[in-house]
Design a protein around this ligand. Structure first.
Ligand SMILES: Cc1cc2nc3c(=O)[nH]c(=O)nc-3n(C[C@H](O)[C@H](O)[C@H](O)COP(=O)(O)OP(=O)(O)OC[C@H]3O[C@@H](n4cnc5c(N)ncnc54)[C@H](O)[C@@H]3O)c2cc1C
Length: 429
């Protein structure tokens, strides 16, 4: 017999698990499908995601959160040190988020499947009928049709736990992270407080050498202090070229997280993007339920497409600028092939003046069109200034309307906005 639910979520990484939890908390019948056996791997957790998880109470009971640890950057011949970066065991994080979804009322099915119109077809042949499907399969969702959105050169990350062969006289490696540029790519190493070392080498996919040899050679060049390290098992090899946003054909089957758009691991924001994409999809789901109709659908499409485009292009440009910083290897194939992706525009496409625009935003949990204020310092736009609509307060200031009027309506907010805008050094339009 087939299964049925309001929302079926395919894939239980951060995007799928958080989506399932949000929908179950909204009272929907939710089925979450995931094989439940991701490979062991370590990733950085951005401060924004750490803050969001803490705010949701989702750090409680999370095994596998590590740090904060100091980070050292060897890039462009410059050494820079930063304090306090969190790491996470991804299998533990994903299992924890799926458990939170189940605690909120979602049903978890161990398995895999594919989205089809009206539901999910499981690999064992079972059918899950669902009013809405979220495709959260991560990069596995992208088939051959994504080739045009993938750029610019096939790229691999080769990852493994590393067993240092240095003798006991050297003592343990001090815990910390290190990112180093190499002629053939870049390598990220995490020496964990429990003595394990995780290494991730990102390089061109094309090579006559096997992945293990490539990782060991890169470690010998970047971390001679590890001696002649062995790898714990076969390395995990993952395609990591960025994938720009997928077209949104069908709002009844939405891609979320990496299934929608996948970032370069250099950005360090992939998990945060996955969660924020889940939050955006939840706002769309609620909007379509509360205000069905063609107008809402068009607004929701625009909202999702603009957010994905803006986030992915900005992150790709930030990554490009970071790669361009490394001038020592500029003529090496890895670096030369990536210095112009996704384009040549500045990472922060600054508006030339402070101006009002309309945008699709989330307000009270629903997607709405509203006026926002764009400034060079806040190119993504400000919707609200405290409790008041920023565009309206800005108009009052610009038009020089009586102080008494603005005070009566908005208290001191317009004055605080005036002080903020005075620091923008740009004409007010
Ligand atoms: C090498 C590498 C290093 C990275 N480093 C960082 C980092 O340091 N910090 C950071 O924030 N981000 C990092 N990222 C990015 C981050 O891993 C992703 O952006 C994030 O995991 C996306 O979450 P997601 O839920 O969309 O997809 P995923 O995390 O990929 O989850 C997809 C889920 O779907 C399941 N699935 C796949 N196919 C099916 C199917 N057919 N049926 C059912 N389930 C299926 C998978 O098992 C998995 O559980 C890195 C990525 C890579 C590749």
């Amino acid at each position: 017999m087939g299964l049925a639910c309001d929302l079926a979520v395919l894939g239980g990484g951060p995007a799928g698990a958080v989506s399932a939890r949000l929908a179950a908390r909204d009272g929907l019948r939710v089925i979450l499908v995931d094989p439940g056996r991701g490979p062991r791997r370590i990733e950085g957790m951005s401060p924004r995601l750490h803050r969001w998880l803490a705010g949701e109470g989702l750090l409680e009971g999370l095994d596998g959160l590590i740090g904060p640890l100091p980070r050292q950057t060897d890039w462009s011949g410059l050494g820079a040190a930063v304090n306090g970066e969190f790491l996470v065991e991804r299998a533990a994080l994903d299992a924890h988020l799926r458990a939170a979804a189940v605690a909120a009322g979602a049903e978890e099915i161990r398995g895999s499947g594919r989205p089809e119109p009206g539901g999910i077809r499981l690999a064992d042949g079972r059918w899950i009928a669902a009013a809405q499907v979220l495709d959260a399969r991560g990069r596995a969702a992208h088939g051959a049709e994504a080739a045009a959105r993938r750029g610019p050169v096939p790229t691999l990350s080769i990852c493994a736990f590393v067993l240092s062969e240095r003798g006991p006289e050297h003592g343990p490696v001090a815990p910390g992270l290190r990112i180093s540029a190499l002629p053939e790519g870049w390598i990220w190493r995490a020496a964990l407080p429990d003595g394990r070392i995780w290494a991730q080498l990102t390089v061109d996919a094309a090579s006559p050498l096997p992945p293990e040899a490539r990782l060991r050679t890169a470690l010998a060049a970047s971390a001679p202090e590890l001696g002649d390290p062995r790898l714990e098992g076969a390395p995990l090899v993952r395609a990591t070229a960025p994938v720009l946003p997928a077209p949104l054909d069908d709002l009844a089957c939405l891609p979320v997280g990496d299934a929608f758009a996948a970032m370069d691991p250099l950005s360090g924001h992939g998990q945060f993007w996955a969660v924020s994409s889940a939050l955006a999809a939840a706002a769309v789901r609620r909007t379509l339920a509360a205000r069905p109709g063609a107008g809402s659908e068009a607004l929701c499409r625009r909202f999702l497409a603009e957010r994905a485009q803006e986030t992915c292009l900005r992150n790709a440009r930030i990554g490009r600028d970071f790669l361009r910083l490394e001038t020592r290897f500029a003529d090496r194939p890895f670096w030369a092939a990536r210095r112009d992706f996704p384009d040549d525009r500045p990472a922060h496409d600054l508006p030339p003046a402070i101006r009002i625009e309309t945008a699709a935003v989330v307000r009270g949990g629903l997607v709405e069109e509203m006026e926002i204020l764009k400034t060079p310092r806040t190119p993504a736009g400000i919707g609200w200034f405290g409790e008041i609509p920023a565009a309206e307060a800005f108009r009052m200031l610009r038009d020089g309307r009586a102080e008494a009027e603005s005070r009566a309506r908005f208290g001191l907010a317009p004055e605080r906005l005036a002080a903020l805008l005075a620091r923008e050094e740009t004409p007010l339009l």
